[in-house]
Design a protein around this ligand. Structure first.
Ligand SMILES: Cc1ncc(COP(=O)(O)O)c(C=O)c1O
Length: 385
């Protein structure tokens, strides 16, 4: 019997399978120049530094950033967001955010609020997950916040946020964007967006390995404090952290193999081209939406419009729990989806699916229309049983 094919529809969690060139780049790094970058000064160490520099340049060019020193490497977007939030706010500050944020935004903010360090305003989004721009503008005007934090797209409903409009209402606040769900799938030109701190993760649509991410600074002059301090390989004669970019924010031996892989992932995305990829994902979203909406017992959440969302769809099935649907998709059909709250309880409260959560299908570069049809057929079978 032929082994059953796995159909992977969980790209919003992490992309799979990674492009062949990503595996090759990681292996190559391991085998040829996995020395300590920026520290030892021998030829292998220099090659490791060069590889990190190349990855930083690749990322800067990809997001249209003029100077790659403004790209700070982190382990993932969670670390980027923690660096931005804890590093930017001071005692007594006000922070404004939306009710569609992931816990990697909510938890640090709730922590600061609980300790009396900040005052937090969470502006409710619509039941489709759409940001309330007027409500955010009012909160900004009345509260004069230090930081305004929004995602670029929700990981629960895929709902896209118009960053241009958010930037127009940010006032004197620093705008921090969580681009976990859009970096690598939606065109992003930071040179024409007034975003002060841009947080991304490497292992989702950018196709990189897990353990890679970054925070991009608009000017490099933001009053950002480091989360960690330690060895950087630079200015080792001083016991104080260097004050220049990116070393000020990058202590400890970096994930050289990972960032070599991430640069290769970005090159795979560029081979597709982001606009072509977006079209591919929009077509799959459209077909999945059409199929799901035609099934009586399925309730689709979110904007239900491929132009207003990423290739992420959340739904509930009458009479069957999300976890049961996910279990049957996996066991009976080899289809991998995510179920539950997706680390975003506030988002589920907003769209009315707390605490049971939803079934989330999320598509990516390696999916085809055949995968979408297989998921729809499988769901019909589960419902009719
Ligand atoms: C919107 C959003 N923010 C943050 C994260 C956290 O990502 P990571 O685990 O890569 O830090 C995710 C991942 O699911 C996400 O979708």
């Amino acid at each position: 019997m032929e082994p059953r094919k796995t159909i992977y529809l969980d790209h919003a969690a992490t992309s799979f399978p990674k492009p062949e060139k990503v595996k090759q780049a990681v292996l190559d790094h391991f085998e040829r120049y996995s020395a300590s970058p920026g520290r030892s000064g021998h030829s292998m160490s220099l090659a490791a530094s060069r590889s990190l520099f190349d990855a930083r340049e690749t990322i800067a060019a990809f997001f249209h950033v003029d100077d790659s020193r403004k790209v700070i490497f982190t382990r993932n977007v969670t670390e980027s967001l923690n660096l931005a939030i804890y590093g930017m706010v001071r005692e007594g500050d006000h922070v404004v955010t939306t009710s569609m944020e992931h816990n990697s935004v909510m938890r640090p903010l709730r922590d600061l609020e609980a300790r009396g360090i900040i005052q937090l305003t969470v502006v409710s989004s619509s039941p489709e997950g759409l940001a309330d721009i007027q409500g955010l503008a009012r909160a900004v005007q009345s509260g004069n916040p230090r930081l305004l934090v929004v995602n670029h797209a929700s990981n629960v409903t895929g709902t896209l946020v118009d960053l241009k409009r958010i930037a127009e209402i940010k006032g004197s606040a620093y705008l921090l964007v969580d681009a976990a769900q859009t970096a690598g799938s939606i065109p992003i030109h930071l040179d024409s967006l007034d975003v002060d701190l841009f947080a991304f993760t490497g292992h989702k649509a950018l196709q990189g390995p897990q353990g890679t991410g970054g925070l991009i600074l608009k000017t490099g002059q933001e009053p950002l404090l480091p989360l960690m301090q330690g060895g950087t390989g630079s200015h080792s004669e001083f016991e104080q952290q260097p004050d220049f970019l990116p070393d000020r924010f990058e202590s400890g031996t970096p994930n050289g193999c990972g960032f070599a892989g991430l640069a290769a992932g970005i090159s795979a995305v560029e081979e597709w081209s982001i606009p072509a990829l977006r079209e591919h994902e929009k077509k799959m979203t459209e077909r999945l939406l059409e199929g799901l909406l035609s099934m009586d017992r399925i309730h689709v959440l979110g904007p239900r419009d491929p132009d207003k969302q990423t290739a992420v769809l959340s739904f509930q099935v009458d009479g069957i729990s999300p976890s049961d649907v996910g279990f049957q998709l996996d066991r009976e059909f080899g289809i991998c989806v995510r179920t539950g709250l997706h680390c975003a309880p506030a988002a589920h409260r907003t769209i009315g699916t707390f605490p049971q959560g939803t079934v989330r299908i999320s598509m990516g570069m390696t999916n085809s229309m055949a995968d979408v049809e297989a998921a729809l057929e499988a769901l019909e079978w589960i419902i009719s049983r």
